[in-house]
Design a protein around this ligand. Structure first.
Ligand code: GUN
Length: 289
């Protein structure tokens, strides 16, 4: 089985980005600047945002982290978004999700200027993506496209099953893999919590994208011999043998599938690092507008 090493690929792409930033700096151009808004103290979100900021530093981008406590008001978040929309130095920004329950995520998303929406989450960018127009592609699906592309995994004419229908991953992933393009041209089935006879669908998949958020849910009996597995899940499961008390597992039973599939992304070190790199690529694009 081929391990689809997103960590190594992300380091390679970051090196490419760093060289582009060096070229921009030498030419006296604008250094890309990403801002991130982090609300509350969700442990996973803190890790993700820290990785995003650290990756900016690695490639020479400027970054700004704006933190607010979990009880921040919606109007303050909307004010921050407005300020970032208007700040000429900030090329792109993200509001890390999930937000606390009292904040209307849709209202915050709708307030983000599409030109600075480097997450590719706003209606304009989702709409453009759906129509096949140039746009900021959502980071996780775009990272998965890079993994497929750079590992020469053919998608044209293949049966793809996407497990999960979130706005962040499942929905855009199914659109991108079925679009006319490379990677793309796949026959996509989207499965979710109400899908009946799930294994009958997943067993047809040449490429299975698991983004359902249930630890190790995809087991060997659910996949076809030789399938390509993309595991988007990052789940914390209790593990007393670890110092931190938990370990990270994907949505796929990695050990159970290893001898059956042709290629698979590990967790951690698969899709996660590529998500961050996609965000950096979108930010570079934003700075060159
Ligand atoms: N939460 C989980 N993934 C993401 C992401 O890609 N962007 C943002 N803003 N929040 C997330």
């Amino acid at each position: 089985m081929q391990v689809l090493d997103g960590k190594a690929l992300s380091e390679q792409i970051k090196e490419e980005l760093k060289q582009e930033v060096d070229t921009i700096r030498l030419a006296g151009g604008k250094i890309p600047h990403l801002a991130a808004v982090l609300v509350g103290d969700n442990p996973a979100s803190q890790v993700y945002v820290r990785n995003k900021v650290r990756s900016c530093e690695q490639v020479g981008f400027q970054s700004t982290l704006i933190r607010r406590p979990a009880d921040v008001s919606q109007s303050e978040i909307l004010d921050i978004v407005k300020r970032l929309n208007e700040d000429p130095d900030v090329d792109g920004f993200i509001v890390q999700l999930p937000l606390p329950d009292h904040i209307d995520e849709d209202a915050v998303n709708l307030a983000i200027s599409p030109e600075k929406d480097v997450d590719g989450f706003t209606p304009i960018n989702i709409g453009k993506m759906t129509l096949g127009l140039p746009s900021y592609l959502p980071a996780t699906p775009n990272g998965i496209l890079e993994i497929l592309h750079r590992n020469n995994i053919e998608t044209s004419g293949k049966e793809v099953v996407v497990l999960g229908r979130s706005n962040i991953v499942g929905k855009p992933m199914s659109i991108l893999l079925s679009r006319k393009g490379q990677p793309g041209n796949a026959t996509v089935t989207m499965c979710h919590s109400r899908t009946k006879n799930l294994a009958e669908h997943t067993r047809r998949a040449d490429i299975l994208v698991a983004a359902i958020g249930i630890p190790e849910m995809v087991t060997a009996d659910m996949v076809k011999d030789g399938a390509v597995i993309i595991d988007v899940g990052i789940n914390r499961v209790e593990d007393a043998s670890r110092k931190r008390g938990y370990r990270l597992v994907g949505d796929v039973d990695y050990a159970g599938l290893e001898d059956k599939v042709s290629a698979m992304t590990p967790v951690p070190g698969g899709v996660g690092p590529m998500t961050v790199v996609s965000l950096l690529m979108n930010t570079l694009k934003a700075s060159q507008r």
